[in-house]
Design a protein around this ligand. Structure first.
Ligand code: UD1
Length: 419
C-alpha cells in the first residue's frame, strides 16, 4: 500500500492550481444517465472516486471516453443494465447518486445499499422517501435497493436533516418527472448549484438551487451538453490551512473565495492575511504561528464538516485553546488519536474536540480511515519535527488530486513511497 513520507518544518511558499470539485463531478457524471445524448464534462479532477464512478457507468454498459486533460464524454445511449453492484458502492457511498437518474430515465434501478462507513451510519432514508413520494415502488432486499416506476410524478418533499446527495438525487429524478417538484430544506452547497446549472444546460427547469427551496418543473427529455465543473472548495480550504499552519504564503489559482467564506473568516481569526479576486485566493501568515480558533460544523453556508479535521490539526499547533464541534456526522474523529500520537494535546468529549496548542509536533507513522482525516495528518506532518509516514493514502487519493506534487510545488518535503 502506498504511503506518504513528509519531512516537516518548511514554511510553504508558492502558488498552485485548484482542481475541479470532487463533490460536483460525481453527481454531474450521474446526471449523464438522464440524457438522450452524450454529456461532456470538463475540469474533472483525476481522483479515485471519479475512476470508481466511471467504472460504475461502464459496468452498466455506458460508454465513457476519457479525453485530454480528463475531459469525459459519457454516452448513456449504450446503457444495458440499471445495476450499481455492492463491490463498487461499498468503496464509494456517492454511487447512490445513480439511483434517481436511473429511475427517472429508465424506470428501474437496483442499487446496493451503501452500509456503514468510517464516519457514522449515514443512512439513505431521505433519498428513498423522496423517490417514493414521486411514485416509485421501492423494496430493499438482499442488501439492494430495488426501485421501479412508470414516469415519476412531481411531489412536495421536505428534507430533514439537510442532505447534500439526497437533495441532488431527488433534484435529478424530478427533472424528468411529470409536473412540479419542490424540495424544502434543500442543501445549499455550491455543488448542488453546479449540478442544477449543468442540468438546466441539459434542458431541465430548475429554480432556486442555492436557496433552501428548490422548484423543479419536469420535462420530457434532457439532452447532452458540455459542462465545466466548479473548483473544489475543500481542496482550496485544505491548502489554505496548509499555508496557515506552516506560517507560510500561498496563492491558489482557479478557485473562488465566495465559496469558502466561512473558512476564510476562521483563518483570519487565526491571524492570516487573506486577499482574493475572482479566480484566486492568497494567504499570508508572515511567519507567524496561528492562533487557535473555535469552529462548529453545519450545512453550507456554515463551516463545512469536510474541513473539521484540518482545523483540528491547525489548532493542535496554534497558540491557545481551541474547540471544534462536529454536528453533521456522529463519529468523525479518527484523526484525534493519530494527532495525539504526534504529540498534540487534545481531548475528545462527545462531538467536541478541545485542544491546547503545542509549540511543535513530532513525526510518527500514522494512518487514517477517511479522506479528510488523512488530509489532516498530512497537514500535521508539514509542521512536525522529523518524518511523518502517512499510511492508507488511498483515502487521500479519493479526494486530493496529486497532493504530493502540489505540496512539493509549495516547497514541502513530501514524497510517495510505493508499496
Ligand atoms: C456529502 C458530501 C460529503 C460531506 C457531506 C456533508 C458528496 C459526494 N459528499 O455527503 O463530502 O461531508 O455531504 O456536507 O457530496 N442523512 C440522513 N438520511 C439520509 C441522508 C443523510 O439521516 O437519507 C444524514 C446523515 O447521516 C448526516 C447528514 O444527514 O448526518 C448529512 O449527510 P449528507 O448531507 O447526506 O451527506 P452526503 O450527501 O452523504
Amino acid at each position: 500500500m502506498n504511503r506518504l513520507s513528509i519531512e516537516g518544518g518548511t514554511r510553504l511558499d508558492g502558488q498552485i492550481r485548484i482542481s475541479g470539485a470532487k463533490n460536483a463531478t460525481l453527481p454531474i457524471l450521474a446526471a449523464a444517465l438522464l440524457a438522450d445524448s452524450p454529456l461532456t464534462v470538463g475540469n474533472v479532477p483525476h481522483l479515485h472516486d471519479v475512476t470508481t464512478t466511471v467504472t460504475l457507468l461502464r459496468r452498466m454498459g455506458v460508454e465513457v471516453t476519457v479525453g485530454e486533460r480528463m475531459q469525459l464524454e459519457i454516452d448513456p445511449g449504450t446503457l444495458k443494465e440499471c445495476i450499481a453492484p455492492y463491490d463498487l458502492v461499498r468503496t464509494m457511498r456517492a454511487s447512490i447518486l445513480v439511483l434517481g437518474p436511473l429511475l427517472a430515465h429508465f424506470g428501474e434501478a437496483d442499487v446496493s445499499l451503501p452500509g456503514g462507513c468510517a464516519i457514522g451510519s449515514r443512512p439513505v432514508d431521505l433519498h428513498l422517501q423522496g423517490l417514493r413520494a414521486m411514485g416509485a415502488d421501492i423494496v430493499v432486499d438482499n442488501g439492494y435497493i430495488q426501485a421501479r416506476c412508470g414516469r415519476l410524478r412531481g411531489a412536495q418533499i421536505l428534507m430533514s436533516p439537510v442532505s447534500v446527495t439526497g437533495t441532488e438525487n431527488l433534484m435529478m429524478a424530478a427533472t424528468l418527472a411529470e409536473g412540479e417538484t419542490t424540495i424544502e430544506n434543500a442543501a445549499r452547497e455550491p455543488e448542488v448549484v453546479d449540478l442544477a446549472k449543468c442540468l438546466n444546460q441539459m434542458g431541465a427547469k430548475i429554480e432556486g438551487a442555492g436557496s433552501d427551496l428548490i422548484r423543479i418543473t419536469g420535462v420530457k427529455r434532457l439532452g447532452g451538453t458540455h459542462y465545466d465543473v466548479l473548483p473544489d472548495r475543500i481542496e482550496t480550504g485544505t491548502y489554505l490551512v496548509a499555508g496557515a499552519l506552516t506560517g507560510g504564503h500561498v496563492r491558489l489559482k482557479q478557485t473562488r473565495a465566495d465559496m469558502v467564506q466561512s473558512i476564510i473568516e476562521k483563518l483570519q481569526e487565526a491571524g492570516a492575511e487573506i486577499t482574493s479576486d475572482q479566480d484566486w485566493i492568497e494567504l499570508d501568515m508572515k511567519g507567524r504561528r496561528p492562533l487557535a480558533v473555535s469552529v462548529h460544523t453545519a450545512p453550507y453556508p456554515e463551516f463545512p464538516t469536510d474541513m473539521q479535521a484540518q482545523f483540528t490539526a491547525l489548532n493542535a499547533i496554534a497558540k491557545g485553546a481551541g474547540v471544534v464541534t462536529e454536528t453533521v456526522f456522529e463519529n468523525r474523529f479518527m484523526h484525534v488519536q493519530e494527532l495525539a500520537r504526534m504529540g498534540a494535546d487534545l481531548q475528545l468529549e462527545g462531538n467536541t474536540v478541545f485542544t491546547r496548542g503545542v509549540a511543535g509536533l513530532k513525526g510518527a507513522p500514522v494512518m487514517a480511515t477517511d479522506l479528510r482525516a488523512s488530509a489532516s495528518l498530512v497537514l500535521a506532518g508539514l509542521v512536525a519535527e522529523g518524518e511523518t509516514l502517512v499510511d492508507r493514502i488511498y483515502h487521500i487519493d479519493r479526494g486530493y488530486e496529486c497532493i504530493e506534487e502540489k505540496l512539493s510545488q509549495l516547497g514541502a518535503h513530501i514524497r510517495r513511497i510505493p508499496a
